[in-house]
Each structure stands twice: as C-alpha cells, then as structure tokens.
Design a protein around this ligand. Structure first.
Ligand code: SF4
Ligand code: FES
Length: 327
C-alpha cells in the first residue's frame, strides 16, 4: 500500500509551576499508510521524533477508551481513526479532549468525568420496585447501553457540558438509563426523581453530538429522551425542563404554535422571567419578538387528530417505547 507523508499538528500543553498551562502547537511530518491509525502515527512521533509527547493509550482496539482525543475538531478514538479519514487539507490536527482539565499535552484529568458516573450510583439497589423477571426487551436495553467503554468522547463534544459545568453529561445519563430500565433495580422512581434536578436529564439540549461521536453507537441522547419519558410518566414535573416540555406540548396541541410570550413564564416562573428580561428586550429591539396574538396554525385540525390518536394509544414507556427495530 502507498505510503504518504502527513503533517500532524499537535497541541502541546506543558504544566507550569503555578498550575497554569503553557499551550503551543507543534508540527511533525509522519510517513503513514492511509489505513494507519492516528494512534500509530502518534506512537511513531513519540518513538522516533519526540519522546516527551504525552498521550494515553492501552488496548489499540477501541475497547479501553483511553485514547480519546480531538482529531480535527471532533473527539474520536485515535486507535479507531484512520489517518486518511482524519486528514483535512493535508493536516491532521490533534488536541486534548474538551470539557476536562488538561494535565499534559493530550492527557486530560478524567476524574470529573468519572465523578459524574459515580453520582448516578452505578449499581443495582435493593428496593420495592425490584422485579426478578428480566424479559428479552429489558435485557436488550440494558445490554445496549453497557456497550459504553467510558471513553468520554460524548462528554468532550457535549455542547451543554461546555456551558453548564454541573451537567451530568451523556455517558452518566446513559448509564443511569441502564439502571432505570433494569427490572431488577429496586429504586427506579427515586432515581428518576434525582435525575430530574437541574444538572440531570432535562439539561440536555439535544444537540445530538453524543450520538454522532460515540464510537460504540450507544446513542446516549436516545437514552436521555427515554429517561425523560419515564420521568414525565411518573409525574416528576417540578423542574424547569419538565415545565418547558409540558408548556410546549400544551401550546402545540391547542394552536399548533408556541406562545412564546408566556412560555418563559410557564418555564422559569416570574423571577426567572425577570432575570431574562435583558434578552427579551434585545429580541424585541431586533424585531424578533413573537406575535402577542395567539392564532391557529394551518393544518391544526390534522394536528389535533394526531394528538387524539396518540392519547388514545398511549405507549407503555416501560416496554414499547424502548423497543428498537430488529437489526
Ligand atoms: Fe464513549 Fe459512547 Fe460511552 Fe460516551 S456513551 S463514554 S462516547 S462509549
Ligand atoms: Fe484503547 Fe484506543 S487504545 S480505545
């Protein structure tokens, strides 16, 4: 196979004594086959060009999750990414994962990521809701999410983790879903209640980056949506996220339009609305204020019929909503 010369532009991070980092970019030229992995190229650099380059790796087989890093702006496993797929304008740019403190070069401190996983109590609990009858559908749900290798790709590319440091994040929430959907779990309701707090399932903005970047097709966002469905089904309506979803649902059912004038009030209450007045005034100034007059959308009758059909045929969220089509 043809061997090409590639440029690797790597972010070097050196810790200073005062705890800050000195960051610079360094370029290396590496000969590689197009099907070589980015990890092989990094090893070549470390072995033959600069032994001080620091990165994590172990299994080289997309199993241990330790080689996750930003490759041309997206977080991927270096051992699973071919150089030919990563190269852009002749350059492969590599940086450490985002949303986690950098220790040195490409190595990040993974403790905050795992603290989030520990927060959801990643173990089965005894309780009133325990059912020892584990059906095929439940087993498939549990099994699917356990494909997660805790690589952190989803957390690194999560847009909500970037702006909301307390957010549990996609991997921890997917793991929480694994326990909520396990019939043997005895405290499902308590879990759903805990997950309804502001750092939990309702904080996900559904950008779907976690679905796109997960190297194991865990699709964490799907798990988060199912958690929400179960939370609503059990009447956990206290948080802003739940209230927002219900206000959305009511408006669309009634008129086919969102009543954005009252949506904020119904979501965050009077004081929350007051706090957002600056943004609201800015929108009005820019001519982006919603219409104050509620009116029905075209095709609203059809929409109403769809609501009726759905309401007369409710999904059993413990089973049907979770079933995936056969592969
Ligand atoms: Fe990695 Fe996917 Fe697990 Fe996130 S859900 S930690 S991307 S395997
Ligand atoms: Fe283990 Fe890449 S080295 S996942």
């Amino acid at each position: 196979m043809a061997v090409n010369l590639y440029t690797f532009r790597i972010q070097r991070n050196t810790p200073r004594e005062d705890g800050t980092l000195e960051t610079r970019w360094q370029e290396f030229r590496v000969e590689a086959e197009p099907t070589s992995t980015v990890l092989t190229a990094l090893e070549e650099i470390k072995g033959h060009q600069d032994g001080s380059l620091t990165f994590r790796q172990s299994c080289r087989s997309a199993i241990c999750g330790s080689c996750a890093m930003k490759i041309n702006g997206r977080t991927r496993l270096a051992c699973k990414t071919h150089v030919a797929d990563a190269v852009k304008n002749g350059i492969v740019e590599i940086a450490p994962q985002a949303n986690q403190p950098v220790l040195k070069d490409l190595a990040v401190d993974i403790r905050p990521f795992f603290q989030r996983v520990h927060k959801i109590k990643p173990y089965l609990q005894e309780g009133d809701e325990t059912d020892t009858n584990v059906g095929k559908s439940a087993y498939e749900q549990v099994n699917h999410v356990t494909q997660c290798i805790m690589c952190g790709c989803c957390y690194s590319d999560c847009t909500m983790a970037e702006v909301s440091p307390d957010f549990l994040g996609p991997a921890a929430l997917a793991k929480a879903f694994r326990f909520v959907s396990d019939p043997r779990e005895g405290a499902k309701s308590e879990r759903l209640k805990d997950l309804s707090d502001p750092s939990g399932m309702w904080s996900c903005a559904r950008c779907a980056m976690c679905v796109e970047m997960c190297p194991k097709d865990v699709a964490p966002m799907e798990a988060i949506v199912k958690l929400r469905t179960r939370g609503v089904d059990r009447d956990y309506h206290d948080g802003a996220g739940q209230r927002h979803a219900l206000a959305f649902h009511t408006d669309i059912q009634k008129t086919g339009h969102l009543n954005e004038f009252t949506l904020l009030m119904r979501t965050v209450g009077f004081w929350g609305t007051l706090a957002e007045m600056g943004s609201a005034l800015h929108l009005i100034k820019k001519g982006k204020a919603p219409s104050p007059f509620p009116h029905k959308a075209a095709g609203h009758d059809e929409l109403k019929r769809m609501y009726e059909i759905i309401e007369n045929n409710p999904l059993d969220v413990e089973t049907k909503a979770d079933e995936r089509p056969p592969e």
